[in-house]
Write a protein that binds this ligand. Structure first.
Ligand code: IPM
Ligand code: MG
Length: 381
């Protein structure tokens, strides 16, 4: 069967790591008798440079017609001083919205070979951990009302917080400019992401930890109510609530207690970076962004790493594992995905390390380049 994949290489190390993933996809195609056709589109800083906007219409349309989308990374210091609506990151946020990708799956597991690379003590991580972060991706503070206004001291009217319980906060000092971002969630938004988490838990260890800040935020109180209501439809799944500050601590204290973590857009962003480090490197973590159809956007959770771009130092494994997720979730090719994941595990077992994983623990050899690591994975395939 032939699959059409839109490639968004993006900025920084993006082109290098996407190239690695494409080599792996092609090898899988050869082995299992599939063909993958690629169409490249601009997104991020490179799109700003070449087309004057971070997410050109042609890219949106290309991604809509493709069967699935593979993205490297976007952003870099070159574009850091641009206004918020012109930044490279808009490409990512815009695509998530345009493609309706409300659900972000971020598996975080510790490979046995990397126990010594995890910054956590061996006695904490020896037994391993295998977490799936289910992050809501098209709502919350990322997409809520935001803006700036002049100081209340200079204004007679226009109080944004009229019907807010916390109105009349005497301790707030309103001098100077005011900037605001709004966290809001609807019942429907919470319901659909909760279903994703509970359904995923059914295929795993049957535990969902819903992370919120319900002791302070009204949006979290609704989140908690709705998650429990949805949870009643999954009596076989254990549901636990956890406040986000505690969750940040528990991840480090005992990561093995988690199976599925269900959380909002921003909490998921923060906790997934934290969790990634427990595995040894953020360079290992893939992600899938999914909506109501089989189309998805697959990308490593790390950024464009401009400091090492073009030097062949990047770890390609997160992008290779993202391609494996594409095989599994968009194309229903589970055996093919298993094969890629097994190859990654095997090269790590064999002691292959890119620079991000070297210098700690078991290996005495020189770190591998992006291309050399990719070659090792291809050998195992
Ligand atoms: C991520 C990234 C993005 C996010 C940025 C680049 C907009 O950090 O995918 O985790 O915050 O969602
Ligand atoms: Mg992030």
């Amino acid at each position: 069967m032939n699959y059409n994949i839109a490639l968004l290489k993006g900025d920084g190390i993006g082109p290098e790591i996407v190239e690695s993933a494409v080599a792996v996809l092609d090898a899988v195609g050869q082995k299992f008798g599939h063909t993958f056709a690629y169409e490249e589109y601009l997104a991020g800083g490179c799109a700003l440079d070449e087309a004057g906007e971070p997410l050109p219409q042609a890219t949106i349309e290309g991604c809509k017609t493709a069967d699935s989308v593979l993205l490297g990374a976007v952003g870099g210091p070159k574009w850091d001083s641009l206004p918020g609506d012109k930044r490279p990151e808009c490409a990512l946020l815009g695509l998530r919205l345009e493609l309706g990708l409300f659900s972000n799956l971020r598996p975080v597991k510790l490979y046995p070979a990397l126990v010594g690379v995890s910054p956590l003590r061996a006695d904490i991580v020896e037994a391993g951990f295998d977490i799936l972060i289910v992050r809501e991706l098209t709502g919350g503070i990322y997409f809520g009302k935001r803006g700036r206004q002049a100081s209340k001291n200079n204004e007679s009217e226009g109080n944004e917080a009229k019907n807010n319980e916390s109105e009349g906060n005497e301790a707030k000092n309103n001098e100077g400019e005011i900037a605001f971002d709004t966290e809001s969630y609807s019942t429907a938004e919470i319901e659909r992401i909760a279903h994703v988490a509970f359904a995923a838990a059914r295929t795993r260890s049957k535990r969902v930890t819903s992370v919120d800040k319900a002791n302070v935020l009204e949006s979290s109180r609704l989140w908690r109510e709705v998650v429990h209501r949805v949870g009643e439809e999954y009596p076989d799944i254990e549901l636990l609530d956890m406040l986000v500050d505690n969750a940040a601590m528990q991840l480090i204290r005992n990561p093995a207690q988690f199976d599925v973590i269900l959380t909002s857009n921003m909490f998921g962003d923060i906790l997934s970076d934290e969790a990634s480090q427990l595995t040894g490197s953020i360079g290992l973590l893939p992600s899938a962004s999914l909506g109501a159809t089989s189309k998805g956007l697959y990308e490593p959770i790390h950024g464009s790493a401009p400091d090492i771009a073009g030097q062949g130092l990047a770890n390609p494994l997160a992008t290779i594992l993202s391609a494996a997720m594409m095989l599994r979730y968009s194309f229903g090719l589970a055996a093919e995905a298993d094969c890629v994941e097994a190859a990654v595990e095997e090269v790590l077992e064999a002691g292959c390390r890119t620079a991000d994983l070297a210098g700690v623990g078991e290996t005495n050899t020189e770190p591998l380049s992006t291309a050399a690591m990719t070659k090792e994975v291809l050998k195992c395939l």
